[in-house]
Design a protein around this ligand. Structure first.
Ligand code: GLY
Length: 359
């Protein structure tokens, strides 16, 4: 077991991220040790409930079972969660507990941040993507017809509890989608300005077999590295005024791919990997990196055998990118590699992109 601390608001408050691989049966007691006799609502993903509902033994009355899929992250479900919390008569000192992947953490987190102007939140991520990214750093939100995560808040949990045993039952595709976010950290490592140096590119390259076999020790180490990098960024820029934008490496393109395929064809991580490939291609064409670094990146991604996504029409991609919430006055924000494990933000216009890619 190990614990990492996230210091926010300039160190005024902090919360722990606890990483364990003890039996999942113990989780309920671990939660009760934290919340004591407080009232609570558990928002749990349907998949996780089917697999672990019996051993977690939460009373039915305290459960909100969230159907799986990004399309559930909407106003209607958000309202239902709030109504369930109201029915349970939760007060501000009570607690909402999110048990599931990114969708579950985002919507339950948003409900927690707005219920009575903010109620305690415990994040229990059960997918690799949620462990290394979405459960840490306080982004919460829901999707609208106008785009993903357009309504939301920055709201930090009181504690994040990670148990790597949940990762054992993830299907291959879900595990790989998390690995998409993991490789992102490798290519932004130095820009995260973390005190500890990991050389994640090397780690991922040397340990691909053990990672893909989901060995507990290697997974715990991987999670420790990624979370440490994320904490380093979030502590310096909680509300994404500057540095935090580097966490969106590969994401502007990925969001466009997801949007163009109606969030049905590819998972978020698969789209992120495509976005990272595009960023390397673009950076090399613009002379920001040498070709050999691009090939190192491509080789690393090949080791994880990510789903191959075909190229999209660049004009269509750029048009959707302009709808991204980070876009401004017709310009698009690109996070591009500039050195090994270093990235930089660029604000570019259509022409800056089109001149490097065939339309
Ligand atoms: N997932 C990107 C962020 O938390 O900023």
């Amino acid at each position: 077991m190990f614990e990492l601390l996230v210091k926010i608001s300039g160190g005024e408050s902090y919360y722990p991220i606890v990483v364990k691989n003890n039996p999942i049966e113990n989780l309920r007691e671990e939660i009760f040790e934290i919340i004591g006799k407080k009232n609570y609502l558990v928002v749990i993903s349907e998949k996780v409930f089917k697999l672990y509902g019996k051993i977690l033994r939460f009373p039915k009355n305290n459960l909100f079972i969230l159907k799986d899929g990004e399309k559930e992250k909407n106003f209607k479900t958000y309202k239902k969660i709030l109504e369930k919390a109201l029915k349970l008569r939760l007060t501000r000192s009570d607690c909402i507990i999110a048990v599931g992947g990114g969708v579950c953490g985002d919507i339950a987190g948003f409900a927690a941040s707005t219920y009575m102007r903010g109620i305690n939140l415990i994040q229990i991520p059960t997918t690799l993507l949620a462990c290394v990214d979405s459960s840490v750093g306080g982004k919460t939100g829901i999707d609208t017809a106008f785009g993903k995560n357009l309504v939301g808040s920055f709201y930090q949990p009181s504690v994040v509890l990670i148990n790597t045993n949940f990762l054992k039952t993830l299907d291959e595709r879900q595990f790989k989608t998390g690995m998409g976010e993991v490789v992102k950290y490798a290519f932004i490592e130095k820009s995260c300005k973390c005190e500890e140096e990991f050389n994640l590119i090397n780690f991922l390259s040397l340990n691909s077999d053990r990672i893909l076999a989901r060995e507990n020790d290697v997974l715990k180490e991987l999670i420790r590295m990624c979370i440490s990098l994320k904490i380093s960024v979030v502590e310096k820029d909680e509300k994404e005024g500057g540095l935090r934008k580097i966490l969106n490496f590969g994401h502007t393109y990925a969001h466009a791919v997801e949007n163009l395929t109606k969030y049905e064809k590819y998972t978020h991580g698969e789209a992120v990997v495509k976005g990272i490939e595009f960023a390397f291609e673009f950076a090399q064409k613009r002379g920001l990196i040498v070709e050999s670094y691009k090939f190192i990146a491509y080789d690393l991604m090949r080791k994880y055998n990510f789903k191959n996504i075909p190229n999209f029409d660049i004009k269509k991609i750029v048009n959707v990118m302009k709808l991204d919430k980070k876009a401004e006055a017709d310009s698009i924000v690109f996070i591009l590699p500039v050195e090994c494990a270093e990235v930089q933000e660029y604000r570019l216009f259509d022409e800056d992109v089109f001149k490097y890619f065939d339309k």
